[in-house]
Design a protein around this ligand. Structure first.
Ligand code: S3P
Length: 428
């Protein structure tokens, strides 16, 4: 249980958030299949990323600390051996889906499992395209659910039109395609985060991208690199919203990855009336990075249609909190995908916000949130979902008497140290 006290003063100060979780998974994966040493700097330390590191250690890759770097001694594809034990992906959907693609091409048997949340998340979306490539993947949980048993090897290229925009599915196919005979082409319905494509090039891979279409040839080898991971915009989002919704606040978040496939939260907060400035724009690991300054004020409700879904996907829970504090109504539509995340985020945020006194209407594909409510003292459930826990914590800052979160330890999945950092910019 974690208690969040309401703030008495505007938020002020500077914060540095952990390294981007998505980018870090890809860095560990590409470094492990590359030839030569890679050094990865600014890895988050969150549980999800540690699962990916552990998975490659199980496959025999030498991954060790050297000062503030994580060193990966890649020996190419052949450096990966059959894991003796089941790979436990914990809560990490990215680990399970990306590794499904990678393992589908390796000539050995492996098994991927996860916690009770991950065992309920849809894996058929990776099983389908990988099976078309010739992979043999068995859903031991039945109905496309984990555990997944993979008998890898012998893949061939496909032309695939993805039914949903998912960077995890796209990346799983790309990792399989690298090992397949022939050239794979992919088409996404909306452009999802492109960290795999960006980093593949950084590791010397060849990939042709034309907006939502991708071409990638099999049989490629990669070369080890040094990678500095930018701060995670999905973690920065909690501070962006906290500062934006508390008038008089002035907070700068340093070194945040601002990839245009991830920056929906910045654009939507601006539409809501927030004052957000990007400073010192630069590039790190091929990714755009900036310091973000937010000045708090009054927000107003907005309509958020499906065109925002891909570039905002993990920020809906915290944007729902901004909507609760805004004047007017906010409608989130065409985001049924939120029901398949670490928790059913539409149901979880509806329950949490209603409990705090917000008028919320839940729909199959989204939520309508009536803003301008007084947030009351109460106890809420996180459903073990890190982003729900952190979002409700931010709501607690603006509540009358504080909010108690039943399970807040789950924040360690992506953001160890979240509560300390929040405390740093709050005067109670
Ligand atoms: C991720 C992609 C997104 C996102 C998840 C991380 C990734 O999932 O929600 O937190 O690292 O590729 P989907 O691919 O299911 O949209």
């Amino acid at each position: 249980m974690k208690r969040i006290e309401p703030v008495k003063e505007p938020l002020r100060g500077e914060v540095i958030v952990p390294g981007d979780k998505s980018i870090a998974h890809r860095a560990v994966i590409l470094a492990s299949i590359a030839q030569g040493r890679s050094r990865i700097f600014n890895l988050s330390g969150g549980d999800d990323n540690s699962r990916t590191v552990k998975a490659f250690r199980q496959m025999g890759v030498d991954i060790h600390r050297d000062g503030d770097a994580l060193c990966v001694e890649g020996k190419g594809w052949k450096g990966l051996g059959a894991p003796k034990e089941i790979i436990d992906c914990g809560n990490s959907g990215t680990t399970m889906r990306l590794l499904s693609g990678l393992l589908a091409g390796r000539p050995f048997r492996s098994e991927l499992d996860g916690d009770s949340s991950l065992r309920q998340r849809p894996m058929q979306r990776v099983i389908d395209p990988l099976s078309l490539m010739g992979a043999k993947i068995k859903s031991k949980g039945g109905a496309g659910l984990a555990p997944l048993e993979i008998e890898g090897g012998g893949l061939h290229a496909i032309d695939y039109r993805m039914p949903i925009a998912s960077a995890q599915v796209k990346s799983a196919i790309l990792l399989a395609a690298l090992q397949a005979q022939g050239t794979t082409t992919l088409e996404e319905p909306l452009k999802s985060r492109d960290h795999t494509e960006v980093m593949l090039r950084g590791f010397g891979g060849e990939i042709a991208v034309n907006c939502k279409s991708i071409m990638i040839a099999g049989g490629q080898t990669l070369a080890g690199q040094d990678v500095r991971i930018p701060g995670d915009i999905s973690s920065a989002a909690f501070f962006l919203v906290a500062a934006a919704m508390i008038p008089g606040s002035d907070v700068t978040i340093r070194n945040v990855g601002c990839n245009p496939t991830r920056d929906g939260v910045i654009h939507l907060l601006r539409q809501m009336g927030a004052s957000i400035d990007l400073r010192h724009e630069r590039a790190e690991a091929g990714e755009p990075v900036a310091d973000i300054r937010v000045v708090g004020g009054k927000l107003k409700g907005v309509d958020v249609g499906g065109e925002w879904a891909a570039r905002t996907i993990d920020e809906y829970p915290i944007l729902a909190v901004a909507a609760a504090l805004a004047d007017g109504v906010t409608r989130f539509s065409d985001v049924k995908e939120l029901r398949y995340k670490e928790s059913d985020r539409i149901a979880a945020m509806t329950e949490g916000l209603q409990q705090i006194g917000v008028q919320v209407e839940e729909r199959e594909d989204g939520m309508t949130i009536h803003g301008g409510n007084k947030l009351r003292r109460t106890r809420v459930r996180s459903f073990g979902d890190h982003r729900v826990a952190m979002s409700l914590a931010v709501a607690g800052l603006a509540s009358d008497g504080g909010v108690e979160i039943d399970d807040a330890a789950c924040v360690d999945i992506s953001f160890p140290g979240f509560f300390d950092l929040l405390g740093k910019i709050c005067l109670h």
